[in-house]
Ligand binder design. Structure first.
Ligand SMILES: *[C@@H]1O[C@H](CO)[C@@H](O)[C@H](O)[C@H]1NC(C)=O
Ligand SMILES: *[C@@H]1O[C@H](CO)[C@@H](O)[C@H](O)[C@H]1NC(C)=O
Ligand SMILES: [Zn+2]
Length: 463
């Protein structure tokens, strides 16, 4: 099978070369022929640029941001894009690129991506995570190949193609390459979104990251769950380990844990029954338990301690009733009547499910949002399929833009690809990567050509 298709491919390649030769000699316009031959637009050159970006080690906790910045700026230069590097926080550059549109009065398009990646355990990988090894199946192995250096480079490659085709944007297209997403984005996208620089961009729509899809449908995300980090604490009279008595700290905490466990099961059951997606339910996971009286050999075994604590990572979709959850925490999980207290957001993590206008933080995915319709059509035009829009199960930088009331869609065009972000042996297939460039070409073209001024539903004027 393989041999056969290789022979076919070989013949096809020869045929193509003959055609090209013919077109060079027969074309009255030699410069057109030379554009088709432009070595920078070959698949090899495109993959090589992707590999170069992947080979820059931008893993937390010490990402090589300046190397990444130099690379992106050199790409911008080769594309004649305007560029600037802004350090809202020293040593953490935000790179902002601009492809100027012909009508600066129209709100612009922002294509966002983060430059950092999570660390990798080198010895658990088949290929070095920063080698960007291309194997014989066309898979490019690297930390960041899915999350999300692919997207950053695909934006640039799509613009390269649009420029070569002579396309002129009506709206300005901005690209932001931001640091620190993997550690919360506070010194990156959050600072950018709150800056005067950002306000001047007059952004109308933001595209940011999504997730790979194991099936043929691309995934798009219109919201994400807000993290609430909860610590509950019980106190009770200490006593001998042999004595049975009521209201010990341990007993009181266990009652709460049992109550949390029941709630968790009720949410998980909705997912298991196929009634809701992971992103649509409230998830609660116990992440620590802290109790006991330490001794040199471990813990004192004949003493019931007077304090006990547990920590939970809670994730809440914007569609959930957050007030009722807060009541549940106060009345069932940490009731004062059981001598319990709780702290929410002690680690700066109690993110509101409402934006700055008091509306649920989500981007409409119906006809009230023209950007959604344009995306759907553009993906279809590029022969891609889009699945049902989803709520992102974890957090991304998109929330900082949605908090401003802006529509933001999380989208990483990777179909037929296992979800390997933050996993060992993260890879993306070359063909999927190239296909994604075509999809972005179609989206950017549609967005940058969109001429309507008022945007119903998400209009900032309404507020
Ligand atoms: C030849 O190609 C150049 C560059 O793309 C273009 O500007 C020009 O209009 C073309 N001329 C003809 C006759 O097609
Ligand atoms: C709460 O603490 C008080 C004072 O230590 C104690 O008298 C009471 O029994 C405790 N109640 C419960 C439910 O633990
Ligand atoms: Zn990411």
């Amino acid at each position: 099978m393989k041999l056969c298709s290789r022979t076919m491919a070989y013949c096809y390649a020869i045929l193509l070369r003959l055609c090209l030769l013919y077109s060079i000699f027969s074309s009255p316009n030699l410069s057109t022929a030379s554009i088709q031959q432009d070595p920078s637009s070959s698949d090899e050159a495109i993959i090589s640029r992707f590999q170069q970006y992947l080979q820059i080690n931008t893993a937390q906790p010490s990402p090589q941001y300046y190397q990444a910045a130099d690379f992106i700026l050199s790409q911008a230069k080769s594309l004649s894009l305007e560029s600037q590097s802004i350090e809202f926080v020293k040593t953490k550059p935000v790179i902002l690129l601009k492809w100027a549109g012909s009508d600066p009065s129209l709100p612009s398009i922002l294509l966002n991506s983060h430059t950092d990646v999570v660390p990798a355990e080198h010895d658990k990988w088949a290929h070095h995570p920063f080698s960007a090894h291309l194997d014989s199946d066309g898979n490019v192995y690297a930390r960041g190949s899915q999350d999300m250096k692919c997207v950053g480079m695909q934006y640039l490659e799509a613009i390269r193609r649009l420029k070569a085709s002579g396309f002129q944007p009506l709206r300005s297209v901005y690209l932001s390459f931001v640091p620190d997403e993997e550690i919360g984005g506070h010194d990156g996208a959050e600072k950018l979104a709150q800056s005067d620089v950002f306000e001047k961009l007059n952004v109308g729509i933001v595209l940011d990251e999504g997730l790979a899809s194991p099936d043929e449908n691309y995934r798009a995300f219109y919201a994400e769950r807000s993290p609430w980090w909860l610590v509950i604490k019980a106190i009770g009279a200490p006593g001998h380990g042999a004595k049975l008595y009521d209201n010990t700290a341990m007993e009181n905490l266990l009652k709460s844990i049992e109550s949390v466990r029941r709630f968790r099961a009720s949410q998980f059951d909705l997912v298991k029954a196929g009634l809701k997606a992971q992103g649509e339910v409230v998830s609660v996971n116990m992440v620590f338990l802290k109790a006991g009286t330490p001794s040199p050999t471990g813990f004192v075994m004949n003493l019931q301690p007077s304090e006990a604590e547990a920590g939970f990572d809670i994730r809440i979709p914007p569609t959930a009733d957050s007030e009722s959850l807060e009541r549940r925490i106060a009345e069932e999980w940490a009731p004062a009547s059981r001598n319990m207290t709780f702290r929410l957001g002690q680690f700066k993590q109690k993110v509101s499910v409402l934006d700055k206008y008091g509306r649920p933080v989500l981007t409409a995915t119906d006809s009230s949002n023209p950007w959604w319709n344009l995306l759907e059509e553009a993906v279809k035009k590029a022969n891609g399929k889009l699945g049902k829009p989803e709520i992102f199960p974890a957090s991304t930088d998109a929330r900082y833009f949605r908090d401003l009331g802006l529509p933001a869609i999380g989208f990483s065009p990777m179909a037929n690809t296992p979800i390997l972000l933050h996993d060992h042996n993260e890879f993306l297939n070359k063909a999927e990567y190239l296909k994604g460039i075509e999809v972005y070409e179609s989206i950017i073209k549609a967005y940058a050509s969109y001429s309507e001024h008022s945007i119903s539903g998400d209009s900032k004027d309404e507020l």
